[in-house]
Ligand binder design. Structure first.
Ligand code: GDP
Ligand code: FE
Ligand code: FE
Ligand code: FE
Length: 196
């Protein structure tokens, strides 16, 4: 795949080497699978395939950074201080996008937003955002109960796939007594009533 249209001269092989060195083998391969599924969804639904692919590849780029690095980035980039009350699950997308800007010089807001929104969604999700959000959930190695229904929902429409995933995620968080980031609720309320 070639991401020159997003950043001229972009070297995907160099990025892969860097990701391989800073991510566990499982996470690295997950990112490659999400890139591929995200591109497939984008092609199926007439979304920008390269933006969906690059955002899919990078979505978990910062996932294995230490908490201190995220906390420092929240402060240096002047992000909402409420973020400090959450953890890696929320940070690696929202704060990870800032780390990606700093380290990789990728400034395409469509790509960055899809990374920011890949865990908690948004009421304003674009086609690129939806492809990455769903691809992360249904990539071939995902095997939780309900993943086949999630794949069917994604094949019905992007909106159906997003709504299914938000409902499933909130159910799972509640079952495990986890705190829910307010944006996750806002996303759920919006997409569960949106229809196909
Ligand atoms: P991954 O990075 O490929 O593992 O997948 P995600 O980025 O989609 O999710 C990361 C983690 O954040 C998962 O454990 C989710 O269950 C969790 N998560 C998603 N939404 C919320 C939320 O609103 N609150 C909290 N505390 N965790 C969440
Ligand atoms: Fe993630
Ligand atoms: Fe996700
Ligand atoms: Fe992921």
């Amino acid at each position: 795949f070639n991401y020159d249209s997003i950043k001229p001269g972009f070297d995907r092989d160099k990025l892969l080497t860097s990701m391989k060195s800073q991510l566990s083998d499982f996470r690295y391969k997950h990112c490659l699978r999400v890139e591929k599924v995200s591109r497939g969804l984008a092609a199926q639904y007439n979304v920008d395939v390269d933006k969906a692919g690059l955002a899919g590849l990078l979505h978990d780029y910062a996932k294995e950074r230490p908490a201190d690095e995220f906390k420092a980035a929240i402060k240096s980039h002047n992000l909402n201080r409420d973020l400090l009350n959450y953890g890696n699950g929320i940070w690696h997308g929202i704060v990870g996008a800032e780390i990606i800007k700093d380290e990789l010089g990728i400034y395409d807001e469509d790509v960055l937003n899809a990374i920011r929104r890949h865990t908690v969604g948004s009421t304003r999700m674009t086609g690129v955002d939806k492809c990455v959000f769903i691809a992360d959930f249904i990539e071939p190695k995902r095997d939780f109960p309900g993943v086949d229904d999630a794949r069917k929902a994604a094949d019905t429409s992007l909106n159906t796939g997003v709504a299914f995933e938000l409902k499933h995620t909130i159910e799972h968080l509640v079952d495990n007594n986890r705190t829910i980031y307010p944006v996750t609720f806002e996303s759920y309320n919006y997409w569960i009533t949106k229809g196909e």
